[in-house]
Design a protein around this ligand. Structure first.
Ligand code: FAD
Length: 497
């Protein structure tokens, strides 16, 4: 049901946590609705994960809670999975820029082009004036004297600030706090000093969060745990310089043992059965390899160390809840909200081995930026009083959704998963309807389906070889409506690969 859209009534003082893509677009939407906004960013730059750094954390598995945290998880060679036309915000085209050869004109550009796009966005909408850099939010709680207000404590080097806001929008990202696999025979879950010599398995262990360049594992035998996006992408990245790469996948049948096409040193196995003190890694398929490094490509956790809601919002097995539509906790809405939690798009099914590589890439195919934008519009409009939320009781229906997941034996950690191919569009269009904003463009949706298919059929070439020029043309016809990011040089673009 589309709610009544009312004239704006309220201007709030809003704290946004994080200046990644989500925080930047949230700040823009909040200000557009007339709110005053402070964006807290603990780093000294915008862009969040897209601000690549060669630096890694001193603890290669990122387990030690006292370690200095490096935010970005990107590796040097990373190019976008999603074509740029599809990936950008709806009213600020992510289109090819050709200025002075300083930009990356590829359709699936490298990470620096995404950062450049976000910098253009910040400049165009004058977002930087709202950001407090090098200011980490260390605590968020309801203000004792007025529970409708929020106390935000932040730290800028040695200075602590303690301020009251009408609302807090959490945009701190969820690709920084690693998840780890349980490996039988390995004490990884009992020791912070894993990889330092006292573990059962004597080799080196690293989480993909701390992977940057293939040279890190040159001439080694590497076992990669995890066959989703980062696992497969990194396996390809390192295969050219390593002796052997063995991917361990829990999504395959126990007997799985396949040499993967295009490489003579890349194998796919089932789960690890055990690891041993002699350096061997035994897979459930019965194969044994002696590995130098185990790379954990096992994903990330939602993590809000600053948030104290007295138990109203919890993170259990990676479910952040209860949250109405993945955004508002019913008991604390609209003062507290979360942008960017929904993730990935995969079928909860055992994968056919022959399709694995493609399927794995497909896992990350939620298109985050337009979703952040629509969630932000909704939050901003609700805070302004222009759009109403259902009653708290109705929002508590979220619990029914959780019960349904449980009844279907779907673990809590899949709560924010956009499980079906079209789920994200259904969700995005619901958000757009709430705010009386146009729905996601048809070309964007079709482009997404096209890239999803391409990934499955041509996993190693899909970023440079495509057959949807007609959709690119449609996108660019739309982009003309937004001249601020559509330089005339774009006309020079060649769509052919
Ligand atoms: P982030 O970019 O992580 O930003 C969060 C910000 O919050 C950071 O700047 C951080 O410093 C700040 N912060 C955190 N805690 C605090 C605090 N307490 N106080 C103050 N500031 C804080 N998306 C795509 O669209 N296409 C792709 O091809 C793609 N590939 C990806 C590949 C990898 C390997 C990864 C990890 C992600 C990829 N993504 C991709 C998803 C990407 O994460 C999103 O595109 C998006 O950039 C996430 O934005 P965010 O703002 O939610 O989080």
């Amino acid at each position: 049901m589309v709610p009544a859209v009312n004239p704006p009534t309220t201007s709030n003082h809003v704290a946004v946590i994080g200046a990644g893509a989500a925080g930047l677009v949230a700040a823009r939407e909040l200000r557009r609705e007339g709110h005053s906004v402070v964006v807290f960013e603990r780093g000294n730059h915008i862009g969040g994960v897209w601000a690549y750094t060669p630096n890694v954390e001193p603890d290669p598995l990122s387990i030690d809670p006292t370690r200095p945290v490096i935010h970005s998880s990107l590796y040097s060679s990373l190019r976008t999975i999603i074509p740029q036309e599809c990936m950008g915000f709806t009213d600020f085209p992510f289109s090819t820029r050709l200025e002075n050869g300083s930009r990356d004109p590829r359709r699936h550009p490298g990470h620096s082009e995404v950062l450049a796009y976000l910098r253009d966005f910040v400049r165009e909408f004058k977002i930087e004036e709202m950001i407090r850099f090098e200011t980490e939010v260390v605590r968020v709680e309801q203000a004792g004297e007025n529970p409708k207000k929020w106390r935000v404590k932040s730290r800028n080097f040695g200075d602590i600030s303690d301020e009251i806001y009408d609302a807090v929008v959490v945009c701190n990202g969820h690709y920084t706090e690693p998840r780890h696999a349980l490996i039988p025979g390995n004490k990884i879950n009992h020791s912070f000093s894993i990889g330092l010599g006292i573990d059962t398995w004597p080799g080196k262990q690293i989480h993909s969060h701390n992977y940057r360049v293939p040279e890190q594992v040159k001439d080694q035998v590497v076992v990669v745990i995890g066959s989703s996006v980062s696992g497969v992408d990194i396996s390809r990245d390192i295969a050219n310089v390593t002796k052997e790469v063995h991917i361990s996948s829990r999504s395959t049948k126990p007997e799985t043992y396949e040499k993967l096409p295009g490489y003579d040193n890349l194998w796919l196995h089932s789960n690890i059965e055990t690891v041993r003190e002699d350096g061997s890694v035994v897979f459930k398929n019965g194969k044994t390899v002696y590995a130098d490094t185990i790379m954990h490509c096992t994903g990330y956790k939602y993590y809000f160390p600053f948030l104290d809601t007295k138990g109203e919002v919890t993170v259990e097995d990676n479910r952040v809840g209860p949250l109405y539509k993945h955004v508002f906790p019913p008991a604390l809405s609209p003062g507290l909200s979360f942008i960017g939690l929904p993730w990935q798009n995969m079928k909860l099914q055992t994968l056919d081995v022959n399709e694995l590589i493609g399927q794995c890439f497909g896992y990350l195919l939620v298109i985050p930026f337009p979703m952040f934008e629509l969630q932000s519009k909704w939050v901003a409009a609700v805070l302004a009083g222009r759009v109403s939320l259902p009653s708290q009781e109705e929002m508590e229906d979220t619990k029914m959704f959780y019960l349904k997941l449980e009844a279907s034996c779907i673990p809590k950690r899949y709560t924010h998963l956009m499980a079906e191919l079209d789920s994200q569009f259904v969700y995005n269009n619901w958000l757009a309807d709430q705010c009386d904003y146009p729905r996601i463009e048809k070309w964007r949706e079709q482009m997404f389906y096209k890239v999803f298919k391409r990934i499955q059929s041509q996993a190693s070439t899909y970023k440079d070889d495509w057959d949807d020029d007609h959709l690119i043309a449609e996108a660019y016809e739309d982009f003309v409506k937004f001249p601020s990011n559509y330089p005339s040089s774009l006309i020079e673009r060649e769509y052919t690969s």
